[in-house]
Structure formats: C-alpha cells, structure tokens
Design a protein around this ligand. Sequence first.
Ligand code: PLP
Ligand code: COI
Length: 361
Amino acid sequence: MSANAFSRLPHPRPTAEDVRAAAIADPVFGRIFTDHMVSIRYTEGKGWHDAQVMPRGPLTLDPATAVLHYAQEIFEGLKAYRLDDGAMALFRVEANAARFNASARRMAMAELPEELFIAAVKEIVAADADWFPQVDGGALYLRPFMYASEVFLGVKPAAEYHFLVIASPVGNYFKSGAPAISLWVSDDYTRAAPGGTGAAKCGGNYAASLIAQQEAIAKGHDQVVFLDAAEHRWIEELGGMNMFFVFDDGSIVTPPLTGTILPGITRDAIMTLARDEGLTVREERYAIDQWQADAESGRLTESFACGTAAVVTPVGKVTRHDASFTIGAGGPGQVTAKLKNRLVDIQRGRAADPYGWVTRL
Ligand code: PLP
Ligand code: COI
C-alpha cells in the first residue's frame, strides 16, 4: 500500500467553534480530542489496507477481539508544533516510526512501513490543523497506536491489526505549576525485568506501572521512580519519563539502554544537545543510595526527567520509605534550564536545527 493512498472522509459535524476555542484556550493533557482519526487495517496475507482519515468516533469490538484478552497493543507519543512563523512541524517523527516497529517486533505484531506511519501522522495534523492550542508550551499531542483486532481466543500472535492515530491539544503535562516535581521511589513494584517488555512502548507496561504511580500520588508526589528488578538498587526511569543526573564537574549521567527502559527520543536529543554544549555525557548505572549521598554532599547539583509529554522537567525532591532528600535548592537548575531551552528552541523553530529533527509540514 502506498503512503498516499488515504481516503478522506471529512467530519459532517465538526466540533462547534466555541467548544473548540475553549478547548484550545485551556488544554488538559489527553482529555479533549480533535475531530478526526486515521485508521489503517492489516490482514495477514493481504498486508496493509483501507487507509482512511475519518471522523473520530468509537470502535466496535467483538468481545473475543484478541487485544482484550492478551494485550497485544503498542503506541507512540509525539507532538506537532505551530512554529512562530505559523508553519506546522513534527519533531523526530522518523524516530517514532522506527521505535513503533521495534515495539511491534517485540510484541510479535505486524510492522507498519515507516513511510506509512509518517504519512498517517501528517494526515491527522492536516485534518485537524485548527486544533493547535493557543497557550505557552502548547502542542498537538499525537497518539499513533495499534491493537490486535483478530477475533480469536487462541494464544498466538494475531493475524489482523488495526492502526489508528488520534490527536489531543495539550499544554504542560504537570498541572501543578510547581517549579520542580517530587518523586516517590517504589520499593514494592518493578516496571520491567531483563528479557521482558520494558523497552517496548506497549500498553501492558503502563498497566503494570499504574499501581506504583497511584501510590506515588497518594503519598503526595508527582511521579514514581522505578528501580531495577534484580537488585532494587539501580535507577531505571519514571512511569512515563527518562531520568538525567547533573554533577558539579559538568558531567551528566543517564541510565543505559539495557532493555528494561524505554529508549526515549527526548533522552537521545538531550544527550546530543548536552555533548554539543561541551558536557560529558555518560550512560551508566546510578544507584539510588548514591543519588541521595551525592545530593546531600552537593556533588549532584540537578536532576531532571524528560519525555515527549513532560519535555524537560526538573526534579526537586525524592522520597523513599519515610526519608526525603532535596536536589540542589529544590527548584530548576541552570543546566536543566539551558538544555530545556535548547530543545524547545529547536522544536519551535526558534533556533537552527543542525540535526534534521524538525519536519516542516
Ligand atoms: N519512558 C517512558 C516509560 C515513557 O512512557 C516515555 C514517554 O514516551 C519516555 C520514557 C520518554 O520517551 P520519549 O522521549 O520518546 O517521549
Ligand atoms: C509520552 O510522553 O508521549 C508518553 O507516552 C508518556 C505518558 C506520560 C503520556
């Protein structure tokens, strides 16, 4: 199937002008959706077919649809931006297309040709171009996803898949407005183990992480920190973000991609930007006790989380059991702010993009 074979069904009753205006004036992450969705079907033996841009609406699923039983589902998250000059742009969409297929392979699902993934993303942005939020830090969050749509209860990779893209106008992920987030270290729960699905962006990873995130929120924190499964010692990542640690000698550390954490696209961009700023970047294991000791001695000056939804978010406080420690002065640090500004300036077209990360539409 070619990447320009989409049929387009415009919405017969698009959202009322005043409702859309209110939605894009005060977006809440993932709560309000645009008028359209992209849908493409896969059937074993036939390949990808029936690519459509259509009015967004409910899916009808047979109760025996495979995903409802064995959770064969993967997704991506990326943002489209309205640049200062009015053009629309995507950030690193090729990397999302590649990671989607890496997730598909791990979950024994059909791979989607990367040019089709990119075309689908461009289609929804074009269809819903009047949904860009008009707030500082706003973007159109795009959620490509795919589920096993075969109606069959046998435990095996499905022979049919349904790929969709939906879109949501978003502002800042953390509504609290606090200058830095507070983290809770989970000792009871593990997100991923070696040989598991930790590096895949599959719904099951998030299902498994929710109880720990719920515990973090119940204790008054913003996000959960997961430690490694084997020793419960090494910092892995947050429920929906990768971690970076900044030291007083100008170096930064992020946990290595050992198969148990998501290979974040923001993480990769930050490593590149940091190196170009003259910082030494090390991908190496960092222990939870060391984090506390380094924060208390002042050797560690900053910590931040990063991801598509969260962009770059400073960490102010960490709690494990009943003990807490503060990072730096508890607010945003200089290195974090500098890296965030470098990233956002490229994403928004305010700075040159020597890396070819931005696709203007
Ligand atoms: N880790 C997890 C578990 C995530 O859900 C995300 C968000 O996508 C990230 C890390 C950051 O990845 P990216 O920068 O590609 O959005
Ligand atoms: C993203 O950043 O795109 C994610 O999928 C993470 C989640 C917190 C929404």
